[in-house]
Design a protein around this ligand. Structure first.
Ligand code: ADP
Ligand code: MG
Length: 349
């Protein structure tokens, strides 16, 4: 993060407006590294276990914290920020201890809570300026920065109107602007797309990605909306019932060594025999949804693709089956999510 903060320029509205597209695949020149390190975090309220044994290393890329309502996402975020005290475990954010260095963490981190958090009677610009002052910027500097971040967020003359009259989308933008006004090194967004229409949602997520790619600002984004994760995240943590069920890069989560096979034979005896001969330790075979002798072969032993292909061709040769297609079958994030949280959406063999 150090080199990221060095290269992180002051917010420059002209610069932002020029750079509408994701300019690079880099973290603002910063090396990808662990910035949050959590060890066996737990949270119990009365007899209810809200988080259990949460051990995570989170990088300075864009991480999606994905889970159904009630999974414990907001609680985990509040623990990171020192707003809720864990009942077990420990954690560090950059070089800071989440139990002891709450105030320093609040300076380094931008945060948008999931609920509305504006003060009645304030205009957009006043709200963001106040947020800047809260983080220690002097009045004039806070005002200058407030204008910059509101420009970045696409809030124009409406900034001079009271927030109470804003649409949900505009409130979300002002909340976002307030969170980045002090140029944080890490950004935590709790359900930032709630209430946004599809265009607003995409614009907000692209801004998030831009801050990461251009300035190396690490981001953690909690959501129960899968497409949000697919659009913007590099890594995904799946949380369900207070436990981490998966934590991987989006790319590796979607690549689970699955292949789609199509057999030409119309003779179902051959096809059945082929399927049976392929079923062996380490390979799971299921008939694809339409049942037209399309098979999904999942390599649970993580063999090489060549090894699986060899098994498939050998089985086909023995049974006299002709394979017309052998191609990777990517699992949708939705299927992975359902599996991770304990549901199923397809038949297991
Ligand atoms: P999420 O953000 O994933 O929807 P939360 O972290 O808000 O989940 O909540 C996780 C669970 O903990 C929920 O069942 C919620 O009712 C419970 N919970 C959260 N805060 C409290 C609290 N202060 N007292 C009692 N239960 C709580
Ligand atoms: Mg929540």
């Amino acid at each position: 993060m150090q080199s990221a903060s060095a290269t992180r320029a002051k917010l420059d509205p002209q610069f932002y407006s020029k750079s509408k597209n994701d300019p690079s695949n880099e973290n603002g020149g910063a090396p990808v590294q662990t910035v949050i390190d959590l060890r066996s975090l737990g949270k119990r309220i009365k007899s209810k276990q809200i988080l259990s044994d949460v051990t995570l290393q989170i990088s300075n890329r864009v991480t999606g914290l994905l889970g159904p309502n009630g999974a414990g996402k907001s609680t985990l975020i509040k623990i990171l920020l020192g707003l809720v005290r864990p009942t077990a475990g420990s954690g560090r954010l950059m070089d800071l201890d989440i139990l002891r260095d709450k105030l320093k963490i609040r300076q380094l981190v931008g945060y948008t809570p999931e609920d509305d958090c504006y003060i009645d009677g304030l205009t957009g610009i006043e709200m963001v300026q106040m947020s800047g002052q809260f983080f220690g910027l002097p009045g004039r500097e806070a005002l200058r920065r407030a204008h910059e971040v509101l420009d970045f967020c696409g809030i124009k003359q409406e900034r001079y109107r009271e927030i109470s009259g804003y649409s949900t989308g505009m409130r979300q933008q002002v909340k976002f602007a307030s969170a980045i006004v002090h140029n944080p090194q890490f950004l935590i967004l709790d359900e930032p797309t709630t209430g946004l229409d599809p265009e607003e949602r995409e614009r907000l997520l692209r801004r998030v990605r831009f801050l990461n790619r251009q300035f190396g600002m690490g981001v953690m984004l909690s959501t129960h909306i899968l497409p949000d994760v697919q659009l913007v995240c590099d890594d995904v943590i799946v949380l369900a019932e207070g436990r981490v069920r998966a934590h991987q890069s989006l790319a590796s989560l979607q690549n689970v060594n699955r292949w789609r096979l199509q057999i030409l034979e119309v003779n179902s005896n051959i096809s059945n025999a082929f399927t049976q001969s392929l079923r062996q330790p380490g390979l799971r075979v299921e008939i694809a949804i339409d049942g037209s002798w399309e098979l999904i072969v999942e390599d649970e032993s993580r063999w090489s693709k060549d090894r699986v292909a060899e098994l498939v061709w050998r089985a086909a040769g023995t049974m006299g089956a002709t394979i017309s297609c052998f191609s990777p079958a990517q699992e949708s994030l939705e299927a992975i999510f359902l599996k991770a949280i304990g549901g199923t959406n397809h038949a297991h063999s």
